[in-house]
Design a binder for this molecule. Structure first.
Ligand SMILES: [Zn+2]
Length: 137
């Protein structure tokens, strides 16, 4: 998919997802370029409530795929409160312990985000149009 098309889909759906996930006052930058791994990436700075999300246009063929990646990355912002715990324990660790905690933290956050997405889509059977309608009430 072209970067322009991905951006167009994101700009149409980002506002309701942002509202639905109660992300205010997060300031989230969105960008579109090739990533070495995965469909998307999200960096968060909980202290400043800023985030940067990148979606890789080459890894998306359908609008539904773009929405899945966008929601996935926005869920990372939603759960960024967990960064506080990660950052609080980091100064207490040796480099080896830090490596283990970083790896565990990454796995845990991916699992939380992935399971939440599965809960919404498969567990509750919510389509993006159902979620969009609910978010506009
Ligand atoms: Zn993720």
């Amino acid at each position: 998919m072209t970067p322009d098309r991905v951006q167009q889909i994101v700009e149409t759906h980002y506002p309701w997802m942002y509202r639905a996930l109660r992300l205010a006052p997060w300031d989230i930058a969105l960008d579109y370029w090739s990533l070495p791994v995965g469909r998307g990436e999200c960096e968060t700075d909980s202290a400043h409530r800023t985030a940067a999300i990148i979606l890789d246009p080459d890894e998306h063929d359908t609008a539904d795929e773009v929405l899945m990646t966008l929601l996935h990355e926005l869920l990372h912002v939603r759960f960024a409160v967990l960064d506080v715990y990660h950052e609080a324990v980091s100064p207490l660790l040796t480099p080896r312990e830090q490596e283990a905690v970083d790896s565990l933290y990454m796995l845990a956050t991916e699992q939380i985000v992935g399971e939440t997405l599965r809960l919404l889509r498969e567990g509750l059977g919510l389509s993006f149009s159902t979620m969009r309608k609910a978010a506009q009430k």
